[in-house]
Design a protein around this ligand. Structure first.
Ligand code: UD2
Length: 314
């Protein structure tokens, strides 16, 4: 089978590329290298076809779609605060880019498209865990444009019969997550700071919680979503079902790394939400999803990766 991974040079996209190559599948990556990096594909170079293009460039996306069976649409401009700072760029990449990918996939007659949605769709609704049937309450431009992608997926399924599945990722972390941007995921920042004997920053009191999910679990969800018979047209939470506060997480990491769990506390970020935790009943039932890597094990593997890859170098 031929897989097109949009954003395949990014953190989650490159993890998908590695797994598919290991399974002997044909992989084409489309990436504009805005937040992705070819380094993420260095050890499978020559085994993936790389297309340098932006998902906003429809003709380029149409060309990349030729001969494709499955699309794993990961390309996006992530980060809630980035979208608060620059909502137009966030909308262009995440909303305009997504409808281009859907349109090209429909025209090319692909078998199925799996979309990287976001748990930010739930916003600050008080009920935990979050269930897919809850009314969304996006609280940032990023949350709005990722949710729009889900709606387009559903509509492309209904109107054009394109098989689409939306996965709502819950704070994915792991090897190859880029720690060099102020918009980087919190765990990549905490780990690299602690490894470099620097003090991580916590926005707020650190009692906000997240359902942190190791990247291998997200990879598993994507590949199951490509083939699950009842999945098209639906949205699935891809978390673990548990949650940890930032303070707890910092303490765990400090213990693994062997340093003091110190942090600098500062003002909350605009658009931030308090608590997040997935109900994964639907993904277990329809996809056979089973997040095998626990939070603690994922933290260990991630720390090992930053230590040995040199990616934590200050
Ligand atoms: C949101 C989504 C997530 C994914 C991600 C992509 C939620 C619940 N999650 O992640 O599913 O789509 O966006 O970007 O909406 N923080 C610190 N110190 C730092 C950096 C962050 O305290 O140095 C805090 C931050 O204020 C937040 C938490 O850590 O409370 C997690 O932040 P993040 O940027 O890693 O991810 P988040 O939850 O915005």
């Amino acid at each position: 089978m031929t897989y097109l991974i949009t954003g395949g040079a990014g953190f989650i996209g490159s993890a998908l590329a590695h797994e598919l190559v290991a399974r002997g599948e044909r992989v084409r990556v489309l990436d504009n290298l805005a937040t992705g990096n070819k380094k993420n594909l260095a050890d499978i170079v020559g085994r993936v076809e790389f297309v340098a293009a932006d998902i906003c460039d429809l003709p380029a996306v149409e060309r990349a779609m030729q001969g494709v069976d499955y699309v794993l649409h990961q390309a996006a401009l992530p980060s809630v605060p980035r979208s608060v700072q620059d909502p137009l760029s966030s909308h262009r990449a995440n909303a305009d880019g997504t409808i281009n990918v859907l349109w090209a996939a429909k025209q090319a007659g692909v078998k199925r498209l799996v979309y990287a949605g976001s748990s930010s769709a739930y916003g600050d609704t008080p009920t935990l865990p979050k269930v897919e049937s809850m009314i969304p309450n996006p609280l940032s431009p990023y949350a709005v444009n990722k949710l729009l992608g889900e709606y387009y997926n559903k509509v492309f399924h209904r109107c054009y019969g394109l098989e689409t599945v939306s996965l709502r990722y819950f704070n994915i972390f792991g090897p190859r997550q880029d720690p060099t941007s102020p918009y980087s995921g919190v765990l990549s920042l905490f780990i690299t700071k602690l490894l470099n004997k620097q003090t991580p920053t916590i926005y707020g009191d650190g009692e906000q919680s997240r359902d942190f999910n190791f990247v291998a679990n997200a990879v598993q969800a994507n590949l199951l979503a490509c083939i699950a018979p009842n999945a098209p047209g639906n949205v699935y939470n891809v978390g673990t079902g548990s949650r940890y506060t930032l303070n707890q997480t910092l303490a765990m990491l400090a213990k693994i790394i062997g340093v003091e769990p110190r942090a600098e506390y500062t003002a909350l970020r605009a658009g931030d939400i308090r608590d997040s935790q997935a109900d994964i009943t639907a993904a277990r039932r329809d996809l056979g999803y089973d997040p095998k890597v626990t939070f603690e094990e994922g933290l260990r593997q991630t720390v090992d990766w930053y230590r040995t890859s040199g990616a934590a170098a200050a």
